[in-house]
Design a protein around this ligand. Structure first.
Ligand SMILES: *[C@@H]1O[C@H](CO)[C@@H](O)[C@H](O)[C@H]1NC(C)=O
Ligand SMILES: *[C@@H]1O[C@H](CO)[C@@H](O)[C@H](O)[C@H]1NC(C)=O
Ligand SMILES: *[C@@H]1O[C@H](CO)[C@@H](O)[C@H](O)[C@H]1NC(C)=O
Ligand SMILES: *[C@@H]1O[C@H](CO)[C@@H](O)[C@H](O)[C@H]1NC(C)=O
Ligand SMILES: *[C@@H]1O[C@H](CO)[C@@H](O)[C@H](O)[C@H]1NC(C)=O
Ligand SMILES: *[C@@H]1O[C@H](CO)[C@@H](O)[C@H](O)[C@H]1NC(C)=O
Ligand SMILES: CC(=O)N[C@H]1CO[C@H](CO)[C@@H](O)[C@@H]1O
Length: 433
């Protein structure tokens, strides 16, 4: 009997909960299913638009229309507050924003969680401090010609999960307050001209999965490395347990204990180290990298003064094609010769992108590249011999890009004729001599 009462009690409780849920939904969807945009937020967006040169992106942002229906905006269905503003420009610059940007008017979007301003041209505007944007979880400012120092006030955005400043023109030191962003999972501080040390507080961001500091130089051939980050790599074993991507650039001190830290990153699949000029002088570092290579899909060791013997110790004889799943290998700007290339033939089964510009590689016809999966090969700024011909090599029928620019190749015609007559290179889209 009592069990019966209990059952019906729960049943009624459930029913009343459902009913109240339905009535809320009905109430809030009474006008065309969604709340309309808040007038104050609409004005803020229009003010923001007025300050910018809009090349096609904001054409739906017009007076007297519901801003929740505008493109690139999402409102909360129930409250009508703007939650998301996605103003990223197109990669091919057909739609983007231009001119100095003033985000002050956006501060009225009090409930905004997601703000993407990437791939625009803000003409060297200093990075705003985003004070007052207290609900932000996602902030992407990459590739938009923002400049200046990283504002320490960014450390107040305590809800941030994602912060991306990649390819901005940043200088000065990294503020320690970035270490306050305890919920961060993705942190890219770019870093062409950053200086000073990496604050150890960044090591306390235990939720990080992606970390890039001073590491994005894009094509190394286009500009010289000029960041002057230095000092210790301040991470301890056990912090950053979830990290799957690590990109570090700077002439950091290379210590054995840091190699132990690296080997404790069990989720790591992408490793990029740039301008660690003493990397080759640390056996512990090379051994550790060698040990984790089987777990990596992408490895970049750029401008690290590496010699052929260093690469040999990374890909030692115990390795085999099957233990190596690297698809991207970048050894740009080291001191490598063709013997490294020869060595890599043995481990190149899965390799799709191989970057070796700015080395001392002399490629001759006796050397037959054997990379069956390769899509991009970059041997620019090398000492390619005149007799080189791709006809008798077995690069890949998948090759899409071949970069041989500024190499001391004398007979370009030979190369071109052998490439164009080789059916196996039928997918080649881009060749740069
Ligand atoms: C928007 O409309 C209001 C009145 O409806 C007008 O006062 C205001 O100037 C308009 N703004 C723009 C940018 O056209
Ligand atoms: C940015 O906009 C706000 C209000 O919209 C204005 O008060 C402020 O002066 C502007 N700042 C600059 C640098 O133009
Ligand atoms: C890079 O720097 C070196 C010396 O500092 C200079 O000789 C070279 O021309 C520079 N390269 C570029 C692309 O600026
Ligand atoms: C490689 O990855 C596996 C799981 O994918 C992990 O258990 C192992 O510890 C990793 N090895 C290293 C050296 O990090
Ligand atoms: C890896 O595969 C390539 C291409 O099939 C082969 O030439 C090479 O001998 C293999 N290397 C090892 C170590 O098995
Ligand atoms: C090139 O490699 C493919 C697959 O690895 C193989 O089938 C083919 O015989 C090779 N061709 C030459 C000329 O070595
Ligand atoms: C549950 C919920 O979000 N209810 C909202 C319905 O809409 C009114 C008016 O916009 C809001 O005040 C409620 O908070």
């Amino acid at each position: 009997m009592s069990a019966y009462f209990l059952k019906s009690f729960y049943f009624l409780l459930l029913l009343s909960l459902l009913a109240s849920g339905i009535s809320v939904t009905l109430k809030n969807s009474s006008e065309n299913g969604q709340a309309k945009c808040i007038e104050r937020e609409r004005q803020a967006l229009l003010n923001f638009k007025v300050g910018l040169k809009d090349l096609g992106m904001l054409s739906t942002w017009t007076n007297n229309t519901d801003c929740c229906k505008w493109e690139r905006i999402q409102c909360n269905h129930q409250t009508g507050h703007v939650q998301l503003l996605d103003l990223h420009g197109d990669n091919d610059y057909t739609q983007y924003l231009r001119g100095p940007i003033n985000v002050t008017s956006l501060i009225h979007l009090q409930y905004i969680q997601h703000l993407d301003l990437s791939h625009n041209d803000f003409a060297g505007t200093y990075i705003p401090d985003f004070m007052g944007f207290t609900n932000l979880r996602y902030l992407r400012l990459s590739n938009s010609y923002f400049a200046g120092t990283i504002p320490s006030k960014l450390g107040d955005l305590s809800q941030l999960r994602y912060l991306n400043l990649r390819d901005s023109i940043l200088w000065g030191e990294i503020p320690i307050q970035i270490g306050n962003l305890k919920l961060l999972q993705y942190l890219d501080l770019g870093g062409y001209y950053l200086s000073g040390k990496i604050p150890y507080q960044i090591g306390n961001l235990r939720k990080l999965r992606y970390l890039s500091i001073g590491g994005n130089y894009g094509e190394i051939t286009s500009y010289n490395i000029s960041n002057s980050l230095s000092g210790a790599i301040p991470f301890q074993i056990g912090n950053l347990p979830l990290l799957h991507t690590l990109r570090l650039g700077g002439n950091f001190d290379i210590k054995g204990k840091d190699a132990q830290w690296l080997s404790s990153l069990h989720s790591l699949t992408v490793l990029e180290l740039t301008s660690l000029h003493y990397l080759g002088s640390s056996r512990q570092w090379l051994q550790t990298i060698s040990k984790i290579i089987p777990n990596l899909t992408e490895l970049r060791l750029v401008d690290c003064n590496l010699l052929d013997i260093d690469i040999q110790s990374l890909f030692h004889s115990r390795s085999s094609n099957n233990s190596i799943s690297l698809t991207i290998l970048d050894l740009s700007s080291n001191m490598l010769t063709s013997s490294t290339l020869q060595l890599l033939f043995n481990f190149g089964l899965h390799l799709q992108e191989l970057y070796l510009p700015h080395n001392n590689i002399a490629l001759s016809s006796s050397l037959c590249p054997n990379f069956p999966s390769l899509k991009i090969l970059d041997l620019s700024y090398s000492n390619l011999a005149s007799s080189m011909s791709l006809g008798n090599s077995n690069i890949s029928s998948k090759l899409q890009e071949l970069h041989l620019g500024s190499s001391s190749l004398i007979d370009r015609n030979l190369l071109i004729s052998s490439t164009s007559t080789t059916n196996s290179l039928s997918s080649l889209l881009h060749i740069d001599l």
